[in-house]
Design a binder for this molecule. Structure first.
Ligand code: 5AD
Ligand code: SF4
Length: 439
């Protein structure tokens, strides 16, 4: 028997990429690869890239530069680029970095074994097409390996919304939903392997409309069907668009016990003028109305969001409207970004806001969001929540898990195992996590 080859995957960006990296590792497992945590002893280095941040491609090129020495020492080392930068740059990557052997876009991961073999044979392997076949079906899993208590499951990909700042519709393509039966099979398989919490993933997850029994299923319908799987205790989903927050999904937050009280619902900005320029097709008011209905259905739901400051033509008054909206919603947690141009997107061509203005606005916005995050955490003190334990904490005898509201919770307990779901009373709120005692 030959020794297994070693695969080092570096994952950037969103949960979708984390999920994709797992699938790629499984696909290459069939080619005799096992994963390693270090690039130094790898036979293949795969960068699973993200295109959403500024200068993403430049960062990938400089990361690749760091492997030049390794490649010189080990001519058999194969280097691959996957993910959205691979999709966007394509063959250009090999032109600029000739040491790259393999470039594969997110729609072609099921072809990795072929591409790897081609690269091993000394040829350049490239696939950034949008194929017809279902990559999830072709990416059949390896023999049933045991899994941790939480898992991601992709239910749809791509986006048709074309927000004026965003590259996703170009790099991930049009919105495609997977058939419900396949998702349910994959979920049952995950549960058999020890998973107790599934996060449904999609760039526009609540636009889900996969084929199911009796016609297309909505995300809510899918969630209810997943809720019937014994042993699956928790369901989450991300990322959602306000315009796809349908009545049945809002209602599910009130009545589906397995659906966790947490929703990531990006609004991006609070000024209707800017929202219009962003091509978001919702207003601040319509967003607030959705939040109100969600809270009526599930009063303790924790709302999370994404914000962009300094979108082209944003004035101080526009920015103030974003702060006002944040005050009105009261976010449990949030992600915020300075607008940065993505070539090929409509907003890239418009009048840009000065960098120092963006810096100042981001600082003010983050100060407000941090206050809200702290207050949300502090309000948990004294409350009893469910915690799904995942792993030992840093201190001896300590375990860490996630609460229903997705807060990290530390508990001192020696009789708790990963995968245990227990009731915990929160006793303290730290900067980024809570601590509690078993009830
Ligand atoms: N500039 C800044 N932030 C962006 N995002 C997407 N595109 C850009 C851009 N060009 C942010 C949005 C999105 C999150 C994933 O990244 O807030 O919701
Ligand atoms: Fe990008 Fe999300 Fe807008 Fe789609 S809805 S274009 S993924 S920001």
């Amino acid at each position: 028997m030959t020794a297994p080859k070693k695969l080092f995957i570096k994952t950037y960006g969103c949960q979708m990429n984390v999920y994709d990296s797992e699938r790629m590792a499984e696909a290459l497992g069939g080619q005799g690869y096992v994963q390693t945590q270090s690039p130094d002893d790898a036979d293949m280095i795969l960068l699973n890239t993200c295109h959403i941040r500024e200068k993403a491609a430049e960062k990938v090129y400089s990361e690749l530069g760091r492997y030049k020495g390794l490649k010189a020492e080990k001519p058999d080392l194969k280097i691959g680029v996957a993910g959205c930068v691979a999709q966007a740059e394509g063959a250009e990557i090999m032109r600029r970095q000739p040491m790259v052997d393999l470039v594969v876009g997110p729609q072609s991961y099921h072809r990795l074994p072929e591409l790897e073999a081609k690269a091993r044979g000394g040829a350049k392997a490239l696939d950034t097409d949008f194929p017809e076949e279902d990559k999830f079906e072709v990416l059949k899993r390896r023999p049933k390996a045991k899994r941790g208590p939480t898992a991601f499951l992709t239910v749809q990909e791509g986006c048709d919304k074309f927000c004026a700042f965003c590259v996703v519709p170009y790099t991930r393509g049009a919105e495609v939903s997977r058939p419900a039966a396949r998702i349910l099979d994959e979920a049952r398989d995950l549960v058999e392997r020890g998973v107790r919490e599934i996060t449904l993933l999609g760039q526009n997850v609540n636009a889900y409309h996969g084929a199911g029994e009796g016609g297309d299923w909505s995300l809510a319908r899918l969630i209810w069907a997943l809720g019937d799987i014994d042993g699956l205790e928790r369901i989450r989903f991300t990322t959602s668009h306000p315009n796809d927050m349908t009545d049945d999904l809002i209602e599910a937050h009130g009545s589906c016990a397995k659906l966790m009280p947490y929703l990531h619902l990006p609004v991006q900005a609070g000024s209707d003028r800017i929202l219009k320029r962003m091509n978001r097709s919702h207003t601040a008011e319509s967003y607030l109305a959705i939040i109100e209905r969600l809270r009526a259905a599930r009063p303790d739901i924790l709302i999370s969001g994404d914000f962009i400051v300094g979108f082209p033509e944003e004035t101080e008054a526009d920015f103030q409207a974003t702060l006002d909206l944040i005050e009105a919603v009261h976010y449990g947690t949030a992600y915020s970004f300075k607008y940065s141009t993505r070539p090929g997107t409509p907003a890239a061509e418009r009048d840009q806001v000065a960098e120092d203005v963006k810096d100042d606005r981001l600082q003010r916005l983050q100060a407000l969001l941090t206050r809200q995050q702290r207050a949300t955490q502090e309000a948990m003190v004294g409350r009893e929540v469910g915690v799904l334990f995942e792993k030992p904490g840093r201190l001896p005898g300590q375990m860490v898990g996630k609460s229903d509201h997705l807060h990290a919770v530390h508990v001192a307990a020696d009789d708790v195992l990963p995968g245990d779901l227990r009731r915990v009373r929160i006793v303290e709120s730290g900067p980024n996590s809570l601590s509690g005692v078993l009830v």
